[in-house]
Design a protein around this ligand. Structure first.
Ligand SMILES: *Cc1c(COP(=O)(O)O)cnc(C)c1O
Length: 419
């Protein structure tokens, strides 16, 4: 009989979105008259049609496949050169960041990348030859669960979290931007603008992280999925805006939240050639070499129509259309933020991020608040506890929705939220 990867059995409550779905389904069944009123602001999935340039490019990519003269079969596993060059130009070189096309690896999104990247790092708990891994608390659950499944943690702890994982508290006191830890860590996962708190890290804060990583030979895995939401030019949109980051950081990028590609599937990683890890005997090895090899062996890359769409988003029209889409969601975020703030609730985020992070009223837990908002307003939010121990006492509202729904949510929240 096949032996299983029993690290999967450590996963505590599973990914918590199924629990949200279960509660919503139970509510709808118990209240059939209210069920049609339910508005989902829970899962961070986009709602609006894709930019026109992306649709045209995908159509033309499909047409290419229909004719022998323009047919494309296997391409380079890390993406066509022209697409990688276009991305390196608009996302980095035009912004004064020295990233080369061959440091860009196209993929089907950041969630798979966050999992795959662990393949080139040692596995095991810190005590058994593995890396010491740090995440923020609260956190995008994907980083944690991937490390659990890879065997990089011990069992789930009774109070939440996993043995052997280092949790960096993100709290109102530090503006939900943790400082680098005092204890030694080998790999730290950072995400700014942040999901779930909507916080952004300043240049000074990210500089402290880069200095710390260089000093301790640590690796920063920087998730910039929401970089398009940054409107203040003084706030970095990439870790590579910080000098020295090319020697201590890799970056996850996604077309899901800027181009609306959650259903298309497209993203990329940036792994600079200067970035190194080490062997157990202390020999330094470029991660670029391992990551290139991983792609050559484990993948045949992204489909041709999708690569064409990625390249189209890099054109001036594509950039303008993406910006319009992001502006639309930012308008939603402002409405939701104001709806909560005007009721006297404490709110964060929603300014350089599509998420509004709200403190539950004193003494009310985040699942209790979730149930109350569902029962009283038929609005689905995300309970903060699902993002980690320190998410307890907060809930997240996603701005990914139609304007009509957002205005309705704002009206209904005003009735639920005491104030
Ligand atoms: C939505 C999201 C992503 C994007 O994931 P894809 O797999 O590219 O759709 C990445 N990181 C965070 C924190 C996200 O919220």
């Amino acid at each position: 009989m096949a032996l299983i990867n029993d690290h999967y059995l450590k996963l505590a409550a599973g990914y918590f979105f199924p629990e949200i779905a279960r509660r919503v389904a139970a509510f709808a069944e118990a209240n059939p008259a209210l069920a049609p009123r339910i508005i989902r602001c829970g899962v961070g999935d986009v709602t609006e049609p894709l930019p026109a340039v992306a649709i045209e490019a995908m159509r033309s990519g499909v047409d290419d496949l229909a004719r022998r003269e323009t047919f494309r079969g296997y391409g380079p596993a890390t993406g066509h050169e022209s697409v990688r060059r276009a991305i390196a130009k608009v996302d980095f070189r035009d912004r004064g960041i020295a990233i080369e096309a061959d440091e860009i690896f196209l993929s089907d999104g950041s969630k798979p990348d966050a999992s795959a990247f662990l393949e080139i790092l040692a596995t095991g708990t810190p005590g058994q030859g593995g890396n010491r891994i740090a995440v923020c608390d609260p956190v995008y659950p994907v980083y944690v669960d991937n490390n659990v499944m890879a065997g990089n943690t011990g069992p789930a702890l009774a109070g939440g979290g996993y043995e052997g994982m280092t949790y960096l508290p993100a709290t109102p006191e530090n503006g939900f931007v943790p400082e680098p830890p005092a204890q030694p860590v080998d790999v730290a996962f950072l995400c700014f603008p942040n999901n779930p708190t909507g916080s952004v890290a300043t240049r000074e804060q990210l500089s402290r992280w880069v200095e710390w990583a260089l000093r301790h030979d640590a690796l920063l895995c920087f998730d910039a999925a929401y970089e398009a939401y940054v409107r203040d030019p003084s706030i970095p949109r990439s870790i590579f805006e910080i000098p020295g980051a090319d020697r201590c950081a890799m970056e996850f990028r996604s077309f899901s939240k800027n181009g609306g590609f959650t259903g298309v599937r497209a993203g990329y990683t940036v792994v600079p050639k200067a970035l190194e890890g080490r062997t157990r005997t202390g020999e330094r090895v470029p991660l670029h070499r391992l990551w290139s090899r991983r792609w050559a062996t484990c993948s045949n890359g992204v489909s041709w129509p999708v690569q064409k769409a990625m390249e189209a988003l890099c054109s001036p029209e594509g950039q303008a259309q993406m910006r319009a889409l992001v502006d639309f969601y930012m308008g939603n975020a402002a409405i939701l933020r104001e709806a909560c703030a005007s009721k006297g609730m404490k709110v964060w985020g929603g300014v350089h991020a599509p998420y509004v992070w709200v403190a539950c009223p004193e003494g009310i837990g985040s699942w209790e608040m979730f149930d109350r908002i569902l029962a009283d307003a038929q609005v689905v939010v995300t309970p903060g506890a699902g993002f980690g121990r320190l998410g307890e006492g907060f809930f997240r509202i996603s701005a990914f929705n139609s304007r009509e729904n957002v205005l309705e949510v704002a009206r209904r929240l005003a009735k639920v939220v005491p104030g």
